[in-house]
Write a protein that binds this ligand. Structure first.
Ligand SMILES: Cc1cc2nc3c(=O)[nH]c(=O)nc-3n(C[C@H](O)[C@H](O)[C@H](O)COP(=O)(O)O)c2cc1C
Length: 316
């Protein structure tokens, strides 16, 4: 499985053409990326990195974050609960220590995931990152509370989403992908606000709320109680939100939420995704990425279809 994509392309010369996709300003060799916080360089030791069209790193905040106390991961009957709490070394340490390693080792576009607590803080972070080479784009994680607006998460107010994206899009020509919160009443309205602010793409979904309790003791399985729920159990939710967002906007969608296999990936492309990401699947099957790309490639070849030909063509 080591060189899955190379083998596929050798066998079938037009595989690379069919797998090609575009995410905003980025040309992707394959539509597959990895979900922020679920994958790092060590995962790339298991397979040929050419399977991935882009690499999205763990969310970075301006200051270092220690994260939440354990237990902060729990595997449920259908997916995973996590309460990592955006543990990261902070922007300066990221630029000084992590970015040079990514620059040297990654042979694909790097998308840096960023989170801030105010529009000014997001802007300050993007300005610093703009001065750095080796970054192809940003994923703006807006699931965090906004200190300027009484702690309301950025992602739930279309007005704040518009103001934030409008400010950031003026600062960069790189890919500007806005990662929306699924915990909203109208995803179409939020997606339209991101598009109006000149985002070049949107990503969805982040984790939904979840909880697990030990029935014997009544004790929460996660130290903080309510956690982020991801993986197979959220796939129908993610599919519905991808479909609704795709109907609302013209900018491309990077979809995730319970994608484990090439069949799952196809469902999201039919729903309207231009690219897809593997998240929780990376914890379960280290070869999920090459297996997905092989299966997707074979399917497209067999049908002589490209990603763009099926994207958003769900039959209802
Ligand atoms: C352990 C873990 C850590 C995560 N960390 C982040 C993060 O730092 N930033 C972010 O935007 N999303 C984070 N996520 C959410 C994923 O990027 C993704 O949106 C979510 O897991 C849904 O995809 P999945 O069902 O394929 O896992 C994390 C998810 C998990 C499971």
């Amino acid at each position: 499985m080591g060189t899955a994509i190379n083998e596929l392309c050798k066998k079938r010369p037009n595989a690379s053409e069919l797998l090609h996709s575009k995410l905003g300003v980025l040309e992707l060799k394959t539509p597959l990326t990895v979900a922020s916080g679920t994958f790092d360089l060590e995962n790339l030791e298991f397979f040929d990195p050419a399977c991935l069209g882009a690499f999205v790193c763990k969310t970075i905040t301006r200051l270092p974050k220690k994260g939440n106390p354990p237990p902060r991961l729990y595997e449920t009957e259908a997916g995973l609960l996590n309460s990592i709490g955006l543990q990261n070394p902070g922007l300066d340490a990221f630029i000084a220590e992590k970015l040079p390693v990514y620059r040297e080792q990654l042979r694909m576009p790097l998308i840096v995931s960023v989170s801030g607590s105010s529009i000014a803080e997001f802007a300050e972070m993007i300005e610093k990152l703009e001065a750095c080479a080796g970054i192809s784009g940003y994923e703006i994680n807006i699931s965090c509370p906004n200190v300027e607006n009484e702690g309301i998460a950025f992602g739930v107010s279309s007005e704040i989403v518009y103001q934030l994206v409008h400010r950031l899009s003026a600062l960069t020509q790189r890919e500007l992908c806005i990662k929306l919160s699924p915990n909203v009443s109208d995803i179409a309205e939020i997606a339209r606000a991101a598009e109006a602010g000149k985002a070049s793409s949107i990503a969805l979904i982040n984790s939904i709320y979840g909880m697990a309790i030990d029935y014997r003791t009544g004790k929460s399985r996660i130290k903080k109680g309510v956690a982020g729920y991801t993986g197979i159990g959220i796939k129908p939710v993610a599919l519905a939100l991808t479909h609704k967002a795709a109907e609302a906007v013209k900018i491309p969608i990077l979809a995730m939420g319970g994608i484990y296999t090439w069949q799952d990936a196809l469902e999201f492309i039919w729903a309207g995704a231009s690219a897809i990401a593997l998240g929780t699947a990376n914890f379960i099957n280290p070869l999920a990425a090459p297996e997905l790309i092989m299966g997707l490639g074979e399917f497209l070849l067999e049908r002589q279809l490209s990603i763009s030909e099926i994207r958003g063509k769900v039959v209802i």
